[in-house]
Design a protein around this ligand. Structure first.
Ligand SMILES: [Zn+2]
Length: 87
């Protein structure tokens, strides 16, 4: 009986380790963004809003092209504020 319990613990630990390994390899959300860089590897890059100074993930922001330079803002409000100040 003790041996059976011990066996179960080993199987459970093995399962946990396997799960962690799979996540690290790229099946987890964070790993996927870093490993599968073929689509948009800058999507999760943290950038700073030039208007309010807040940090946000590039994919959550609002991008706008001004004079050949692409700028990213945390929200459309900040983008509009920037536009008003620079045009
Ligand atoms: Zn902002």
């Amino acid at each position: 009986m003790i041996k059976l319990l011990f066996f179960c613990v080993i199987v459970y630990c093995g399962y946990k380790i396997l799960q962690t390994a799979l996540k690290t390899v790229g099946f987890g959300e964070a790993g996927q963004a870093q490993m599968n860089g073929n689509h948009d590897n800058t999507a999760n890059v943290m950038i700073q809003d030039p208007v309010c100074g807040v940090y946000f993930a590039r994919k959550d922001g609002v991008s706008h092209r001004i004079g050949g330079k692409e700028l990213c803002f945390c929200s459309e409000e900040c983008r509009d504020q920037y536009m008003l100040a620079h045009e």
